[in-house]
Design a binder for this molecule. Structure first.
Ligand code: 8YV
Length: 330
């Protein structure tokens, strides 16, 4: 359907930000219908000539809805002179240059908190999966191998040393859950936190060197790119496990693949990859690796809460000119 001249919504938002909402990425159905119901919404990717639309109608757009994989480029911001808000469906927003947006007077929002529980739950589940080989054991039973033999022994989770890279909301929620497993917790983040009982490690390398499991919970983007390097993986060692529920970019993926293939680390549970949805072919046959399709926030409850919060951000911007959960500047 062409949306050059969208149907007027049932209740167009009043000033101060009357105008078109440009949707850049697919969103949950409930969010898309709220958008269509309340705001003039244009889905850029569905237009026959997106560049032509931006040229002829770019000055009608006051808000953009996007998600982490898509973000908003400099060129797109430049093409939308009245743009005032970039509303992200998701907590991560590393694909949007927030400093550039702020310099142009554009505010950016994300969906913090509402997904913390589910992402932390999945991190713990993935950690147990890779150490106890749940997915591998499931495949073993399905292949009919249980009858002839016994499944190889695995690695105990409780009592281990777990290092968390990035102690933000999600890192803290993972740590809280793991306290129940009597693990020894340490962490590394840009600055030490004074309100947690966990040991602070001065660097990712020091964190990995003192951990049996390294859990990556740091935000993506240039500031954390390749933080888990070949050297960090080497420090984690052949008995160490890696869990990543953050962003593929935080890990040097070729180094990780090489370490897993060579037994440089014991295993990895990965919900995120450098070039999603592509997963390195070399990992496909490894039982020491749990491969997940970026599902950490993917429950009905959490995606609905994310959709609601994203919509509340948009609505408040359109009616009052402010955002509910704006992201901070650099
Ligand atoms: C989503 C996420 O899978 O919120 C994030 O940053 O990575 C996940 O919750 C997705 O990116 C939502 O667009």
């Amino acid at each position: 359907m062409t949306l050059y001249a969208p149907e007027p919504p049932r209740s167009v938002s009043p000033a101060p930000h009357d105008g078109t909402v440009l949707q850049l990425a697919p969103l949950p159905a409930s969010l898309e219908s709220s958008l269509a119901e309340h705001h003039r919404t244009v889905r850029l990717a569905e237009l026959p000539d997106p560049a032509g639309y931006l040229r002829d109608h770019g000055d009608e757009v006051v808000a953009v809805m996007t998600r982490a994989r898509t973000g908003v480029s400099h060129d797109l911001m430049d093409a939308l002179p009245r743009l005032g808000a970039i509303v992200n469906f998701g907590v991560g927003y590393e694909t949007t240059d927030v400093s550039y947006a702020h310099a142009r007077g554009i505010e950016v929002s994300n969906t913090p908190d509402v997904l913390t529980d589910c992402v932390a739950d999945l991190a713990v589940g993935a950690l147990i999966d890779v150490m106890r080989r749940l997915s591998a054991a499931d495949r073993y039973v399905r292949r009919g191998e249980w009858v002839p033999g016994g499944f190889p022994l695995t690695t105990k989770v409780s009592g281990k040393r777990v290092g968390i890279l990035g102690l933000g909301r999600i890192g803290r929620a993972i740590a809280r859950r793991l306290e129940g497993f009597d693990v020894e917790l340490s962490y590394h983040s840009r600055t030490a936190a004074d309100d947690v009982p966990y040991r602070y490690a001065e660097s990712p390398h020091a964190l990995a060197a003192g951990a049996d499991v390294l859990v990556v919970a740091a935000a993506g983007g240039d500031g954390t790119r390749g933080l888990v390097s070949a050297e960090v993986l080497e420090a984690l060692g052949p008995r160490g496990y890696l869990v990543n529920i953050a962003r593929g970019s935080v890990i040097d993926e070729p180094a990780l693949v090489a370490a897993l293939v060579a037994g440089g680390i014991a295993g990895a549970a990965l919900d995120v990859f450098a070039d999603e949805p592509r997963v390195p072919e070399a990992l496909m046959g490894l039982d020491s690796v749990v491969l997940l399709p970026h599902i950490a926030s993917g429950t009905h409850e959490t995606r609905e809460a994310m959709a609601e919060l994203a919509f509340r951000n948009l609505r408040q911007f359109m009616t009052e000119g402010t955002l509910v959960t704006p992201v901070p500047g650099a």
